[in-house]
Write a protein that binds this ligand. Structure first.
Ligand SMILES: *[C@@H]1O[C@H](CO)[C@@H](O)[C@H](O)[C@H]1NC(C)=O
Ligand SMILES: *[C@@H]1O[C@H](CO)[C@@H](O)[C@H](O)[C@H]1NC(C)=O
Ligand SMILES: *[C@@H]1O[C@H](CO)[C@@H](O)[C@H](O)[C@H]1NC(C)=O
Length: 280
């Protein structure tokens, strides 16, 4: 009797947890942060205010896409007004500026009014943005990459003749970018492009330390800048985008939800050594 009770408790502790996800041998559990959002894309976190920004498909009114914010502290959620077709998001954390890209250019977000104001620096349809000592952004359908700093917009010099959907910049100022052919790394020092992966990325982000990660519909990947290779961190179905919290927890979007992967001390079953069957 005593033995079987122990066995049941043991089975409970390791089993029945289908949502335990293992990344780099650490265990994460899933937590739904937001449901009922259609196709959430282009996630970005403002680490100062602990706010997540993303876009989703609205199919209402004039706008196909809308920008939304979600406080990761209070869960306060709402739509951003004043932006036309809000899609892209990026944060300059040094100056606490939240940039949003819409159908007609780049906006900045106002936390008090929860609205956005068009900067009128490039009246194009903005697809994606990334901040690193200046604002990098791409346009659609042109698939061109630009850099904005000090009221000046230029095409990213190394990428003038190449299509770019998503762009991110490493701590060494190398460019990680994607297009329909895959994901690439342009090394500034070597003036050379390396192929990282043939997957079609749909989201790219950095953690608070500046490490680059991207997502594809099949999971989350880490870019190892030194070895110029990609590490496939976790296989997940139907991913739409990712962001990484200041404590390293992952946040990802799927078809109609936003999910947090929260680090846990509990071991996932797949991480444990295989158990032998014991008969009592
Ligand atoms: C944002 O809201 C503030 C306060 O309501 C208002 O003064 C401002 O005009 C709004 N900006 C835009 C671009 O709508
Ligand atoms: C994507 O970028 C790579 C590397 O720069 C380039 O070789 C390839 O032609 C590009 N693909 C498209 C569709 O432009
Ligand atoms: C980088 O390489 C390209 C050819 O691949 C060349 O046209 C260009 O001038 C080089 N740029 C620099 C800064 O060396």
């Amino acid at each position: 009797m005593q033995l079987s009770t122990v066995a049941i408790l043991f089975a409970f502790a390791i089993g029945g947890d289908s949502k335990c996800i293992s990344i780099r041998r650490l265990s994460y559990e899933t937590e739904v942060l937001k449901s009922d959002v259609e196709s959430p894309y282009q996630l970005a976190i403002d680490y100062d205010t602990n706010t997540l920004f993303f876009s989703y498909t609205a199919r209402a009114g004039d706008d196909m896409f809308k920008s939304a914010y979600l406080s990761l502290k209070t869960r306060d959620y709402g739509l951003v007004t004043g932006i036309h077709g809000g899609f892209a998001n990026a944060v300059n954390s040094k100056s606490s500026i939240v940039y949003m890209g819409g159908e007609d250019g780049i906006y900045t977000f106002d936390y008090n009014a929860k609205n956005a104001t068009n900067l009128h620096i490039k009246e194009a349809n903005i697809w994606q943005m990334f901040y690193k000592d200046g604002l990098y952004f791409t346009t659609y359908p042109e698939e061109k990459a630009y850099f904005y700093k000090n009221d000046n917009v230029v095409e990213v010099p190394a990428l003038q003749n190449v299509k770019v959907m998503l762009i991110a910049v490493t701590n060494d100022k190398d460019l990680v970018y994607s297009n329909s052919s895959g994901v690439f790394l342009y090394s500034r020092e070597e003036n050379k492009t390396f192929s990282l992966s043939e997957v079609v990325a749909n989201g790219i982000t950095s953690d608070i330390g500046g490490n680059i990660y991207f997502s594809s519909p099949n999971g989350i990947y880490y870019v190892n800048e030194k070895t110029k290779t990609v590490e496939y961190l976790v296989s997940l179905d139907n991913i739409y985008g990712i962001a990484i919290e200041s404590n390293g927890n992952f946040i990802y979007a799927e078809e109609s939800r936003i999910i947090r992967l929260k680090a846990t001390k509990k071991a996932c079953e797949s991480n444990l050594p295989k158990l032998v069957q014991i008969n009592f």
